[in-house]
Design a protein around this ligand. Structure first.
Ligand code: CTP
Ligand code: CA
Length: 230
């Protein structure tokens, strides 16, 4: 593997990857989050490193060891993740947005622990939209080649195509998270990759199906598919 890293297809390239969930504080002891384990993003970091890239892995709260030879930046919230991405962007050649970024955060984070109010049977939290990190990346002046992810429970192709165009991605990796034994938290995953044949929103969509396999193998297959497009 070390020889491959020296002579690899991504030698001299800086790959920036977001991984895992974000946590949005409610009060000092509680947060909103999701089921992302970070495994797919960490597998991509390792695969990019094996191909010779310099890798910056911007990770939300996950319990995974840092792959050898990569730079890891730990973040908690979506706002923290955006700041870390912006700090890495100036030298970034390829950006992979694998994180499950919370779409909303609390409008006001309580300074003290919220107390249960006796007799109150419902509670409303006021949320405000988080920035779309990957859309910020593709809108930046020297936008890198950008790969997004879409985890869907239905209408995979339609939602993936919509995100590909709306976020101006070069490639999107779509997973059916309703498939048993695959996706969130699992060691295996399958995916359908979508990209535009040319670069306009009305150009034909190309798709490529990757059958279920360990996330490490899927990560390598995604990068191998990307190389001739990049
Ligand atoms: N993403 C991001 N910042 C956000 C939300 C999403 O960078 N605030 C990125 C994800 O990392 C992923 C892609 O956008 O690469 C798609 O995420 P997804 O949650 O599927 O997209 P949304 O536009 O938030 O759509 P949905 O309503 O399905 O959640
Ligand atoms: Ca979302």
């Amino acid at each position: 593997a070390s020889n491959e890293a020296d002579t690899g297809a991504l030698a001299g390239r800086h790959v920036v990857i977001t991984a895992g969930p974000t946590r949005e504080a409610i009060d000092p002891v509680r947060y909103l989050s999701n089921h992302s384990s970070g495994k797919m993003g960490f597998a991509l970091a390792e695969a990019a490193r094996t191909l010779g890239a310099r890798v910056t892995l911007i990770a939300g709260p996950v319990s995974l060891p840092t792959p050898e030879g990569i730079t890891r930046v730990d973040v908690i919230s979506a706002m923290d993740m955006l700041a870390a991405v912006n700090a890495a962007l100036s030298t970034c050649d390829i950006f992979i947005g694998c994180a499950a970024v919370a779409d909303y955060r609390l409008l006001d984070v309580a300074e003290h622990k919220l107390k249960k109010v006796p007799g109150t049977t419902s509670l409303t939290l006021n949320l405000t939209e988080n920035p779309d990190i990957i859309a910020t990346v593709t809108a930046s002046e020297h936008a890198p080649f950008t790969i997004g992810f879409a985890a869907e429970t239905r209408e995979l192709a339609r939602h993936a195509h919509d995100k590909l165009v709306r976020k101006r991605l070069d490639l999107i990796v779509a997973n059916d998270v309703a498939a048993p034994g695959l996706g969130f938290g699992a060691d295996d995953n399958a995916a359908v990759l979508y990209h535009l044949a040319a670069s306009g929103p009305d150009d034909p969509v190309m798709s490529h199906t990757l059958s279920p396999r360990p996330k490490q193998d899927l990560a390598r297959a995604i990068l191998d598919y990307m190389l001739p497009l990049y």
